[in-house]
Design a protein around this ligand. Sequence first.
Ligand code: GLV
Ligand code: GLV
Length: 323
Amino acid sequence: MFKVYVTRMIPEEGIELLKKYCEVEINPEDRPLKREELLEVIKDKDAVVTQLNEKVDAEFFHTAKNLKIVANYAVGFDNIDLKEATKRRIYVTNTPDVLTNATAELAWALLFTAARRVVEADKFTREGKFTGWAPNLFLGKAVTGKTLGVIGAERIGQAFAKMSKGFEMKILYTANTPKEEFEKETGAKYVDLETLLKESDFVSIHVPLTPHTRHLIGEKELKLMKKTAILINTARGPVVDEKALVNALKNKDIYAAGLDVYEKEPEITEELKTLDNVVILPHIGSATDEARRDMSVLVAQNIIDVIEGRTPRTLVNKDILEK
Ligand code: GLV
Ligand code: GLV
């Protein structure tokens, strides 16, 4: 019987679906497996449902001798060595589309929270400091009519940009190639990174982590931004040089930041926790009941595709088909 290991409990919809087709084993504990535990449980499995904080590398593949598919429970797959997977003819799949709106919505939550100083103001109110309306209490930044800079206009970046419709914003974006449909629909303008950083009031990052995007935003880029600008990152932490960001926030080179991801998760640069002009969330971009349910179903469908001899529907290492 086809054997699947699921490294963390995920919504039951996907698990129930899997159980109709194969033997399913799930990490019973609500914690990540230690590396040696992980390597032990995957030994005899045909499929593994992995999390974005688990390294899937040559050692992993070497250990899981029967492995046919790694179904990552995430849209990002920078935790997986695709070359090794393809070399060993192992499918790698991710969970695109089903978490696009959830992640774009969280980017907006961060944008507004940072712009209107929601966390600071909430803390102030809880601490009993609210003594009545005051003309200078927690002034923030307006959003309507401002310029939105979208770095990386694929699924999530485009969804994020489209959600700005009611706020009548000018949209600038960077991407590998111009996106005609997207421009038609939103009036977005394709620019280079320097122009985007110089002209945007809000800059939101939506690129995957690759060698090319690591530290895409560093000291030089932060200096290009307006002093009144806000940086949002719901993509991957290492896209931003976290040290440089801390300095920019401390020196008020930019107004604020909203972060859901960090350079060395789960570690967070200590100073970030002491700054008022940054909102820090624990990597919850796709964390809605709806998105997580649909992600669990999608990982199951990909595995079932393999069991039934089809190409998995959201295959990442497509070059495996050519070999
Ligand atoms: C979350 O970060 C994901 O890649 O799905
Ligand atoms: C990820 O889903 C992206 O394409 O932005």
